[in-house]
Design a protein around this ligand. Structure first.
Ligand code: ATP
Ligand code: MG
Length: 173
């Protein structure tokens, strides 16, 4: 029986966002619609921003909050933006249009308690039948892991940054 899964990619190792992108591409290959929502925008111009143009009509990509790194001095504004971003994601999920909805770096909004955890988990749990949700990010709250059907903890064994290799095109961004 087909079951809509709640999938979490967490942990300190590299590979969470790229795993979600891989899933999006896999679903798109079957003609299944994916909505990829990025809750944090880093400083780089990420390749995926342009790559998804090749998947027009199949992968819809949204970056929430402008230059949004959660390091702002204005916590109230951050919280407001976080709520707006989550409201947007709720609309996407509830629309039932998508086979898979990716909430990239969503764990940070929960970890920093910018959103009410209970309400978020209830909403994810009540998603349209058969819809898959992928959540990525470090510090996934235990209760999200408990609710999830699939959890992968990316373990950092080695990373080139530790030996001074800077972020590279096509690898980090
Ligand atoms: P990717 O987007 O490459 O799949 P990620 O989503 O798992 O990585 P994030 O936690 O979102 O990683 O962090 C984003 C950036 O931090 C990436 O550029 C990644 O290479 C880098 N990074 C991830 N893990 C480590 C690590 N263990 N040490 C140093 N940098 C890391
Ligand atoms: Mg990531």
């Amino acid at each position: 029986m087909a079951k809509g899964l709640l999938i979490v990619f967490t942990g300190n190792g590299k590979g969470k966002t790229t795993a979600a992108l891989g899933m999006a591409m896999r679903a798109a290959g079957h003609g299944l619609k994916v909505c990829f929502i990025q809750f944090i925008k880093g400083g780089w111009h990420y390749g995926e921003l342009d790559a998804v143009k090749w998947f027009e009509g199949l992968i819809d990509f949204h970056v929430m909050g402008k230059g949004f790194t959660w390091k702002s001095d204005n916590i109230e504004e951050d919280v407001l933006l976080a709520r707006e971003a989550w409201d947007f994601a709720c609309g996407i999920i509830a629309s039932g249009v998508y086979h898979t909805v990716v909430l990239d770096e969503f764990t940070y909004l929960l970890h920093y308690q910018m959103l009410a955890l209970d309400a978020c988990l209830d909403f994810l749990n009540a998603r349209p039948t058969g819809q898959h949700i992928v959540v990525t990010g470090r510090h996934a709250p235990e209760r999200l892991l408990a609710l999830a059907d699939l959890v992968t903890d990316m373990q950092a064994i080695k990373h080139p940054l530790a030996s001074g290799v800077k972020a590279q095109k096509g690898i980090e961004f």
